[in-house]
Design a protein around this ligand. Structure first.
Ligand code: PAF
Length: 285
C-alpha cells in the first residue's frame, strides 16, 4: 500500500509534482468527484501500473450541475475515499474547495467543445459538458503534463475530453478505461447509492438493453433504427424504468450513421427511481 498525502491547495501540489518531474518520474492523474467505488479504483490501479506517481482529485464541480440537479446532496465520503485511493496506489489526493477552483464567481471563462457536446447527454443536460470541460482543463493546468484516466462509462465525456486535449494542445495523454460492473451488470456509479429496493434490481435493465442491441448487431442487423428500437423495447418492458434515450452511434463522431459499420457505440440513458442512469458498450462490425 502506498503512502497517501492529501493536498488542498495548488501551490503544494505543484511543488510536490515538480520534485517528481525533476526526478524524471511520470505522473498519472485520475480526476473524480469522490464517493469512490471499484470503477474509480480500476482507473487508479491503471494509473499506478503505468506511471511512477499517481494523483487523484476529488472535487464536486458545481459548474457541471444544473440548478435542479443533486449538487448539494451529491454523496461524499472523504475518509472512505482516502482509504480506497491509498489501496489503489494513489500518492497524492487533491481535494480543493470550491473557492480555490473558482475564486471569482460567477466564472467568466469556460471551455465549450463543439459538436461532440451536442445530443445524447446534452439533450437533457445542456450546460453539463461545458462545466466538465472547464474543470478538467483547470485540473490539467494544475497537474501539468500527465497521463489522465477516465472511465468509458461516461463515453461522451471521454470523447469530449480527448477532443479538447487535441484542440487546446494540452500536454495530457487521455486514457479511456473499461466500465466496471456489479454482478448483475449494473455499471458502477456514485449515484447508484440513490437506488433503493426494487429500483436497484430494475436498474440492471440498462445492461440488458445494451445486450439486446449487441445481439441484434451480432444477428446481422445494420439499421441503427432497428437496433435502437430493440434496445428501447427492453427499457420499456421494465415498469420502474423510464427511457431517456437509446443510441447506436459511430464511436468517433457520436453520430447515428445511416448504416452500422466500423466501431459502433451503443448508449442508453434511463431514469430508475431517483437516479438517471447511463450505460454503453462497444461493438465492432
Ligand atoms: O466523471 C467525473 O467524475 C467528472 O465529470 C469529472 C471528470 C471528475 C469532472 O468533474
Amino acid at each position: 500500500m502506498t503512502n497517501i498525502v492529501t493536498i488542498d491547495n495548488v501551490e503544494d501540489l505543484r511543488a510536490a509534482l515538480f520534485e517528481h518531474r525533476c526526478a524524471r518520474e511520470s505522473i498519472g492523474f485520475v480526476p473524480t468527484m469522490g464517493f469512490l467505488h471499484d470503477g474509480h479504483a480500476s482507473l487508479m490501479r491503471a494509473a499506478a501500473a503505468e506511471n511512477d506517481v499517481v494523483v487523484a482529485s476529488i472535487f464536486v464541480n458545481p459548474l457541471q450541475f444544473a440548478p435542479d440537479e443533486d449538487l448539494d446532496d451529491y454523496p461524499r465520503d472523504l475518509v472512505g475515499d482516502t482509504a480506497l485511493a491509498r489501496e489503489a496506489g494513489v500518492h497524492y489526493l487533491f481535494t480543493p474547495v470550491r473557492d480555490l477552483m473558482y475564486p471569482i464567481q460567477p466564472v467568466a471563462t469556460t471551455i465549450s467543445v463543439g459538436g461532440l457536446s451536442e445530443g445524447l447527454e446534452a439533450t437533457t443536460r445542456p450546460t453539463h459538458f461545458a462545466g466538465v470541460a472547464t474543470v478538467v482543463t483547470k485540473l490539467f493546468s494544475i497537474v501539468g503534463q500527465c497521463k489522465a484516466y477516465f472511465g468509458e462509462k461516461d463515453f461522451q465525456q471521454l470523447a469530449i475530453i480527448k477532443r479538447m486535449v487535441i484542440d487546446l494542445s494540452l500536454p495530457v495523454d487521455v486514457v479511456g478505461c473499461p466500465i466496471i460492473r456489479e454482478p448483475d451488470g449494473l455499471a458502477m456509479s456514485s449515484r447508484n447509492t440513490y437506488l433503493e429496493g426494487a429500483d436497484r434490481t430494475a436498474a440492471a435493465v440498462l445492461r440488458r438493453a445494451l445486450d439486446a442491441g449487441v445481439a441484434a448487431v451480432d444477428a446481422g442487423e445494420r439499421d441503427p433504427q432497428v437496433v435502437m428500437s430493440d434496445m428501447a423495447a427492453v427499457i420499456e418492458s421494465e415498469p420502474l424504468a423510464s427511457l431517456d434515450y437509446v443510441a447506436a452511434v459511430d464511436a468517433a463522431s457520436l453520430e447515428i450513421p445511416s448504416t452500422l459499420a466500423g466501431e459502433i457505440r451503443l448508449l442508453v440513458a434511463a431514469q430508475v427511481g431517483r437516479p438517471r442512469l447511463i450505460d454503453n458498450c462497444g461493438v465492432r462490425i
